[in-house]
Design a protein around this ligand. Structure first.
Ligand code: NAI
Length: 369
């Protein structure tokens, strides 16, 4: 596998700087050759371009960790049932993707590279196709929005209930689509552990460019319908572990941390749990009272909040990974990290500096980490 990874990295370096053009070429070729595939993709393609590349780069980087890659690709295949992707589509995509890479790599492209991309693509496609064989599962779930509350300037917390049985584990995420932005699916973590009434909670922050998040914060109402794809992700509790737990959450990365807390509340008696929560501004700590009530009730939970971008803030200040190391040492703990890709990356490298074995760190970055 190491050889294959090297060959892929080497060949990718030929096109990396022109990756935008590779992706443009790929989609142009795909939609010309197979016009019916156009309907599987969003009307607005900008975000999709980044996501395709991010998924490929992430998969190639994970070749050295087959178990994790397997889980990721099966989950992705299951998720892609929402697009009505069929097994034959994978071969069509392969022809166009390899063509785009080959054309942009130029004269240094060779048969070894071609074979390596063929092999790795077939391997990934086989796992995604296997993941999509979902038995009686629907391609996506219809869910009705039950409540929608604005928490501060730009955050909304909403709940919904899927109309068909929906099974997931605390810490997982789903991609969802709302009627306000049809065919634009975005991933959000479920912010609760499974509940008897089947309801799901989501936390969304509207940021400048995120049209779906903006619609979910500003336009979604109780009674609206959502589509949810199959749950994905591996940031789930290691219930066999006896180690204490550190949850590191940046912004709405609180959602999966809160879901894991909900799970721990059900059975934990013996593990100390430390929640590190970072926001840019002091007024960003939505859900504060709710979490404080949990900490009052369960003495095993401690919460550290830190603000990174407000110089006069009276409480703890700094990037959350710096705050985490200030509160160390952390020798014998399990870590769960959620937030933006740069925040997750910064935290992972800090944990690596602290010599925490990677097997004790779980995260699910929505973009490449
Ligand atoms: N499962 C997961 O990993 C989840 C990830 N998310 C992602 O989390 C992000 C949350 O965004 P917002 O609420 O706008 O939070 P934000 O971007 O405002 O950041 C909040 C915290 O992250 C820290 N941070 C931001 N950039 C950083 C960097 N480069 N290095 C170190 N720390 C950094 C900030 O200092 C602050 O403490 C979104 O990108 C969302 O997609 C959300 C939910 C679940």
């Amino acid at each position: 596998m190491a050889d294959l990874t090297n060959v892929l990295n080497e060949s990718w370096s030929l096109v990396e700087e022109r990756s935008d053009r590779v992706v443009e070429h790929f989609y142009a070729r795909l939609f010309l050759a197979y016009p019916r595939l156009r309907d599987l993709f969003p009307v607005e393609m900008a975000a999709q371009r980044d996501r395709l590349l991010a998924a490929i780069v992430r998969a190639v980087r994970q070749l050295g960790d087959p178990a994790r890659l397997d889980e990721y690709l099966r989950g992705l295949g299951r998720d892609h049932r929402k697009y009505d992707v069929r097994p034959e589509h994978y071969a069509q995509v392969k022809v166009c993707l390899l063509d785009a890479i080959r054309v942009h790599a130029g004269e240094r492209w060779n048969d070894v590279y071609e074979q390596a991309w063929n092999d790795v693509y077939d391997l990934m496609a086989a796992k995604m196709i296997a993941g999509a064989e979902g038995g009686d599962e629907p391609p996506y779930w219809n869910a009705e929005v039950l409540s929608h509350e604005r928490r501060g300037r730009d955050v909304a917390v909403f709940t919904c209930r899927p109309r068909q049985p929906f099974t997931f584990r605390a810490g997982q995420y789903v991609s969802l689509e709302c009627a306000h932005r049809p065919r634009e699916w975005r991933t959000y973590s479920i912010a609760n552990s499974p509940r008897p009434d089947g309801t799901l909670e989501f936390h969304v922050r509207a940021t400048g460019t995120g049209w779906v998040s903006s619609a979910l914060v500003r336009r979604l109402r109780a009674g609206d319908l959502l589509h949810l794809a199959a749950p994905m992700g591996s940031m789930i509790l290691d219930t066999a572990s006896r180690r204490d737990v550190v949850l590191v959450a940046g912004g709405t990365g609180l959602a999966p941390a809160k879901a894991l807390l909900g799970e721990l509340v059900k059975y934990n008696r013996t593990r100390w749990v430390h929640l590190f929560r970072g926001e840019r501004q002091g007024d960003g700590f939505y859900d504060r009272e709710h979490l404080d009530r949990i900490a009052e009730k369960y003495p095993w939970l401690s919460i550290v909040r830190a603000v990174s971008d407000e110089p006069g803030y009276p409480g703890e200040r700094g990037a959350i990974h710096d705050v985490l190391s200030r509160h160390g040492p952390w020798r014998d703990h399990d870590f769960y990290v959620a937030g933006s890709a740069p925040m997750v990356r910064a935290t992972l490298s800090r944990l690596a500096e602290m010599r925490i074995p990677p097997t004790r760190v779980r995260y699910d970055a929505f973009t490449d980490c």
